[in-house]
Design a binder for this molecule. Structure first.
Ligand code: SF4
Length: 250
């Protein structure tokens, strides 16, 4: 089976423990206003135009070729992370890659959990752990900020926690007065209290260079929030509410 990959990061140290390769699968059903991979959203190849030239985002790989590429490097790696875009949007392709690599390479799947539940569960059962990219929990606010309501995501997380033993962490980008509002963080902590396989809540600082890639995609970056505002996160206060480890990642 063939899939569409828009980037491969060799020697990644931010996408899980140890030295990893991160494979970015193209296509995502969400449209987060702060998305730092706008070239990963469309499920089709796109030509990016930079001042110094052009680059195609979206290369076709067969599952076998990608598995061989990863297995070739297995002696040097602690694992592979599948990110996006949204890996669930290419679930059948990813499943084949996992079946070919999982005995040799531990895998992390970086997902928003927005997608078909059975496919999410099948992938999760083959992964070492999941990074769940949690954003805005209120359904209508999520629709405004990410283009989709949060109901399906929350339903999938709760169901997966009951039916699959694979551990997972939340990874929440700190978007000023959006994801880091008191209301949203309280909802995250309350959700964490319901879940048995959640290991940590990891906050990711907003990256101020995010807007740079939008011009290359022929789009304007219109985040709709104050990019320069300090985060509202009070980590000490959040830790009192949250039953699992909470930390801010570099
Ligand atoms: S889920 Fe990730 S890839 Fe998809 S739009 Fe949001 S930030 Fe971008």
């Amino acid at each position: 089976m063939q899939g569409l990959v828009f980037d491969i990061a060799e020697a990644s140290i931010h996408d899980g423990p140890g030295l990893r390769i991160t494979v970015f699968l193209k296509g995502c059903p969400l449209r987060c206003k702060w998305c730092h991979s706008p070239e990963g959203q469309s499920p089709a190849p796109e030509l990016l135009t930079f001042p110094g030239g052009q680059r195609l985002a979206g290369e076709v790989w067969s599952s076998r070729k990608l598995a061989e590429y990863l297995l070739d490097k297995k002696e040097l790696l602690d694992g592979v992370t599948f990110s996006g875009g949204e890996p669930l949007s290419q679930a059948d392709f990813l499943l084949e890659v996992l079946d070919l690599t999982k005995s040799a390479l531990p895998s992390i799947i970086d997902t928003s959990c927005h997608g078909d539940y059975q496919k999410l569960k099948t992938l999760a059962e083959k992964a070492e752990c999941l990074h769940v990219g949690l954003k805005v929990l209120d359904n209508e606010k999520a629709r405004h900020w990410t283009g989709q309501g949060s109901a399906l995501i929350l339903e999938n997380i709760r169901r997966l926690d009951k039916e699959c033993a694979t551990p997972y962490c939340f990874r929440l980008p700190l978007i000023p007065n959006v994801t880091d509002s008191e209301e949203n963080l309280t909802a995250v902590a309350n959700l964490a209290k319901e879940l048995k396989n959640l290991t940590s809540v990891d906050f990711l600082p907003y990256n101020p260079v995010t807007g740079g890639k939008y011009a290359a995609c022929g789009r304007a970056y219109e985040p709709g929030f104050d990019e320069n505002a300090p985060t509202l996160l009070d980590l000490a206060a959040f830790r009192k509410l949250c039953p699992v480890e909470a930390r801010v990642l570099e």
